[in-house]
Design a protein around this ligand. Structure first.
Ligand code: AMP
Length: 280
């Protein structure tokens, strides 16, 4: 695996993939890699001849009081995992490489970025869209892979790719979960043992709500019951729990279109997100 930290070297390496006729996949990450990230790598390997992974903890997608400094950065372990998964290229830029002095451009995807996590984390999706656009231009992949775990992020990136004529494939990969159903996340490392046991209430309550809605129950009633169960388990705040149109993420109060149930809730200082398909 080639580990590249310099942009000129990355661009030269990219030319070599073109010259060899190999297709190249990109898997953007913030590191602290777990089985969810590795599922993206596996999907990328099955779609393209070669796989590039990026690790960049992007400061512009963190709010002022968020966990940028505390975010885990186990670089040596991440490198070992990617090596053994057969990744071809690892792109690890530093902050000045991505945001040189005088950096002045923001990619902002209106509409789809506004609600849900966008409302709870102002500016977050501008940071995501900007850094992903930069990664797309730097790596020029034939396909890019993102987890459905971050469902709104995937929708924002699909919209950005359409609007800005990034013509490569954007491929969503289903959420990888622990045995008890909790979605894997780098932020699960923040949870104490007690909080980790409580955390499973989030996917359980969401699953019960999906089953109730699919069974014909009133949507708002099913969501109220789920919120009660999540708070009773020890979460102290629910940023949102909403049934949304699966494509444009507008909020639904009845199952009138293929839908997604999306949630963000706080357990201690840890913010967990999850989403489930709601399709008859
Ligand atoms: P992150 O490192 O958290 O920015 O995530 C990098 C990529 O991995 C994003 O596309 C995420 O959606 C994806 N991802 C994170 N957790 C999971 C998971 N449990 N299952 C599938 N994909 C995931």
């Amino acid at each position: 695996m080639r580990i590249i930290r310099d942009l000129a070297e990355l661009i030269a390496a990219r030319r070599e993939f073109w010259a060899s006729g190999q297709t190249l996949a990109l898997v953007p990450t913030m590191g602290a890699l777990h089985r969810g990230h590795m599922a993206l790598v596996e999907a990328a390997k099955s779609h393209c001849d070669a796989v590039a992974v990026s690790i960049f903890v992007n400061p512009t997608q963190f709010g002022v009081n968020e966990d940028l400094d505390a975010y885990p950065r186990p670089e040596a372990q991440d490198i070992a995992k990617l090596e053994s998964a057969g990744v071809d290229l690892l792109w690890i830029p530093d902050v000045p490489t991505m945001y040189a002095d005088g950096f002045a451009t923001t990619v902002s995807v209106s509409g789809i970025s506004d609600g849900l996590c966008g409302a709870a984390r102002p500016g977050h999706f501008d940071g995501v869209a900007t850094v992903v656009a930069k990664l797309f231009n730097q790596v020029r992949p034939d396909a890019a892979f993102f987890g459905e775990k971050d469902y709104q992020q995937l929708a924002v990136i699909r919209q950005m790719a359409r609007d800005l004529d990034f013509t490569h494939d954007i491929i969503g990969v289903p959420t990888v979960r622990d045995d008890d159903g909790l979605a894997l996340s780098s932020r699960n490392a923040y949870l104490s043992a007690e909080q980790r046991s409580a955390a499973v209430a989030l996917p359980r309550a969401m699953r019960a709500a999906v089953d109730a809605i699919l069974g014909g129950d009133d949507v708002d009633g099913a969501l109220a019951a789920a919120k009660q169960a999540i708070l009773a388990a020890g979460f102290h705040h629910i940023d949102y729990l909403e049934l949304c149109d699966a494509k444009n993420l507008t909020v639904l109060h009845a199952l009138t279109a293929p839908a997604r149930l999306l949630a963000a809730a706080r357990l201690g200082s840890t913010r967990l997100i999850d989403n489930l398909a709601v399709v008859r």
